[in-house]
Structure formats: structure tokens, C-alpha cells
Design a protein. Structure first.
Length: 278
């Protein structure tokens, strides 16, 4: 039984570890610990049963964002319904197992990027799979779920909505919104590798992918997207609507990305060393 469910993929964090431990900062406390102890909660992916009213609200929100979205997303809506209606151990592991499935698809593509190889993205199926993988890594986090709860809470203060579970709706929308982000990456995103040969490592956090050109939590279709994803302490991935050649970053740019990543984090900041977290 997978009781401890991670909202940041442990395999992703491995490049920041030494002897299977990672340096972390949380609530101004700096410590060195196992990946099993960070960015996880008991049964984080368990989805409570969606009522017919809640499912109707979710469909209505999706329809307002993009009227063509629901037919395209039916399979993922079906996954959510099955996850919410399942019982016992199956309910506890349903979405956790789905995330593991997507991680296994993304893993070899991420390994290629470690080597500086983007050729695999020239194959449309690989590009689509990796784009959805990235979308899910963005939206699966605790921060995104909490942000959606905060955004939607004012909409459900009326007495007629007292049976609506905002946490359940936010969980479902976080899962479904990976499709929107993945579709943008696949259709309009350009991939740029940022090499870090400085003496300052890329940091990462419990919100490892962030958009510094747009506030994703505001929803809608952004005019501009630019995602940054540190994939190792010495390599970052930029995904932009612009075509930007791969490049070596300056210390100033590394510091900029690190500072932005810290500001976008929820609880955890991760590093290869203690000093960079002070």
C-alpha cells in the first residue's frame, strides 16, 4: 500500500542528492534527509467521490475555458470518475498508480535531456507524451491544488453550494488542467536547454516547473507562456513560444531563476548543498 504519496516525483529529485539524501529548506529550517521524507503526504492523491453537482461544475468550468475541451478530455474525466467511485485499497492507489504510469513514460525522455539530446522530441508521439508529462508535473503539486482552492472558494459561498466540496473540485481541476498545459507545450512550445557551468547550482522546489511569464492560477488562455524546469543542478529546460537557441547561462541568470523558483515554492526548496540554502 502506497501510503506516502509524493507530489514531486522522487526520481526527478535524484540529481540533487548525495548518498541518497537531499538538502532541504522548510519553514526557514535547513536539513539533510531522504527523498522519502519530502514533498509527500499520506494518500495525497485520494479523490473523494464526485457528486453529480460537482462533476457538472467541473464540466462547466472547463467549458468556459475552452468549449472544445470536454470532448478531448473525456478520457481523463473518466479516469477521475473511476478514481472517485472506487473503494478501499483501489481508491487509495488509483491516481497514485496513474502518476506512476505517466512517470514511466516520461523517464526515458527525461534521461535523453540529461544528455543534451532533444532529437526524440522530433517524433510526435514522444513530443505529445513528454508534453503531457510536463503538464502533469506542473499541476500535480500541493501548491497548484491550494491555489485553485483559494481561487474557487469565493464562488461557492452561497447556501445552495453548501454540499459542494471545494477541495475535491480543486483536486479534479488540477488533474485535468495538465491537459491544457500539455497541449500548449506540444503545439506551441519550443524547447531550450540552459547549461549551467557556473559555481552556483540550479535549485529546485516542491513546485519544480513554474511559469514566469504568466500567472497560471488565473486560468484562461495566456497570451504568453514561458516555463522553466530545472532538470539537474547543472541543466535547465526552458519552454517558450519563442525559438531560443540552447545557451550557457551566466551566474546572474542562474541566480534569477533560483530566486524566482524560491518565490514560487510552497514549502520545500531543494539543493545539493547546505550553504546555498542559507
Amino acid at each position: 500500500m502506497k501510503k506516502n504519496q509524493h507530489y514531486v516525483w522522487r526520481h526527478y529529485l535524484k540529481p540533487w542528492t548525495k548518498n541518497d539524501k537531499i538538502w532541504c529548506k522548510r519553514d526557514e529550517k535547513i536539513f539533510n534527509t531522504s527523498l522519502n521524507n519530502v514533498a509527500q503526504e499520506n494518500y495525497f492523491y485520494v479523490l473523494e467521490t464526485l457528486s453529480s453537482d460537482e462533476l457538472a461544475i467541473i464540466r462547466n468550468i472547463l467549458d468556459k475555458i475552452d468549449e472544445t475541451a470536454i470532448p478531448v478530455m473525456e478520457s481523463n474525466i473518466d479516469i477521475l470518475v473511476k478514481a472517485s467511485n472506487s473503494k478501499g485499497d483501489e481508491k487509495k492507489e488509483y491516481l497514485e498508480n496513474y502518476h506512476t504510469f505517466i512517470e514511466n513514460i516520461g523517464k526515458p525522455l527525461l534521461e535523453s535531456l540529461y544528455k543534451g539530446d532533444l532529437e526524440m522530441l522530433n517524433i510526435q508521439r514522444n513530443r505529445d507524451n513528454f508534453s503531457y508529462f510536463l503538464g502533469l508535473q506542473y499541476t500535480r503539486t500541493k501548491k497548484i491544488r491550494h491555489s485553485l482552492m483559494k481561487d474557487f472558494e469565493p464562488l461557492f459561498q452561497k447556501p445552495e453550494h453548501k454540499t459542494i466540496n471545494i477541495e475535491t473540485i480543486s483536486h479534479a481541476l488540477a488533474f485535468l488542467s495538465a491537459d491544457f498545459l500539455g497541449n500548449w507545450i506540444s503545439s506551441d512550445g519550443n524547447f531550450t536547454l540552459i547549461r549551467n557551468n557556473t559555481d552556483i547550482d540550479f535549485l529546485t522546489s516542491d513546485q519544480p516547473i513554474y511559469n514566469h511569464a504568466f500567472n497560471f492560477e488565473s486560468w484562461g488562455s495566456p497570451e504568453q507562456m514561458e516555463l522553466f524546469y530545472p532538470i539537474t543542478p547543472s541543466l535547465g529546460l526552458l519552454i517558450s513560444s519563442k525559438k531560443i537557441p540552447h545557451f550557457d547561462a551566466s551566474s546572474e541568470l542562474i541566480s534569477y531563476y533560483n530566486n524566482k523558483l524560491v518565490s514560487e515554492s510552497e514549502e520545500f526548496i531543494f539543493s545539493t548543498n547546505e550553504s546555498q540554502l542559507k
